[in-house]
Design a protein around this ligand. Structure first.
Ligand code: PGA
Length: 253
């Protein structure tokens, strides 16, 4: 994969029914017709569990890859009502999985649980999109770097291998609020995250680091100069094909 390959990942959260496939079809057509796509970027969409199997089948040999938004922290089968294991996710055809989204951290996912999720997801050959980010209070108390360092080092390990991990930096105060970090701040934070990751994996090159939080077709223009950012995790704006396509178009304008 080319060094400057970018990721555009759509996190649908609690959105989508079978007919929402129309959104993916339109995105897929755009990507297919974009002759620069192969060299430049990869599109991943994470629909809810209920759509993983059908969408994974439909997009098997197409331009869009499908991922899950979460999983339970045990593997295989178990007596855990309502839970979906990494093994079950893998068997539905998903290739990627988001782990550590702030929505799930807020519901009780701590570092120990998250580490188990990563271990079992990797065992099932899923690629990890690992989310980290400080909340508003931590930011105001200048605890951003301390928080991020802890979130990374408590969960990630060298043996997970850098090629299996994508990190998404999502400041919690930025998710769904329309607020975006200042460019210089974001540049510093991305560099810091990459430094920690190189340390964890003992590599010269860091795993990919994405930004997430209020990315849409207009805010994306602020990111085009920030070369250290390897892509974007997009929530709200990924639920419309037009918005999602415009994000890609405006990024490469
Ligand atoms: P947002 O969400 O783009 O709607 O801010 C991002 C996310 O939660 O991953």
């Amino acid at each position: 994969m080319a060094n400057n390959m970018r990721y555009f990942i759509g996190n649908w959260k609690m959105f989508g029914v079978p007919k929402s496939i129309n959104i993916l079809n339109k995105i897929n057509t755009f990507v297919k017709l974009d002759k620069n796509h192969n060299k430049r970027y990869k599109v991943i969409i994470t629909p809810p569990y209920t759509l993983l199997e059908s969408y994974s089948n439909i997009f098997k040999n197409k331009r869009i890859s499908i991922g899950a938004q979460n999983c339970y922290h045990k593997d295989n089968f178990g007596s855990n009502t309502g839970a979906i294991s990494p093994y079950m996710v893998k068997n539905l055809g998903a290739k990627y999985i988001i782990i550590g989204h702030s929505d799930n951290r807020a519901e009780g996912d701590n570092d120990i649980i998250l580490k188990d999720k990563v271990i079992f997801a990797l065992k099932n050959k899923l690629k990890i999109i690992f989310c980290i980010g400080e909340n508003k209070r931590q930011k105001l108390n200048k605890l951003t770097f301390t928080t991020l360092r802890k979130q990374l080092t408590k969960v990630l390990e060298r043996k997970f291998e850098e090629n299996n991990i994508i990190v998404a930096y999502e400041p919690i105060w930025s998710i769904g609020t329309g607020k975006i970090p200042q460019q210089s701040e974001l540049q510093k934070t991305t560099k810091f995250i990459k430094k920690i990751l190189k340390n964890i994996f003992k590599t010269k090159k860091s795993p990919k680091v994405l930004y997430g939080g209020s990315v849409d077709s207009s805010s994306i223009k602020q990111f085009t100069e920030l070369n250290d950012i390897d892509g974007f995790l997009i929530g709200g704006a990924s639920k419309s094909s037009k918005n999602f396509i415009d994000i890609i178009k405006n990024y490469y304008r």
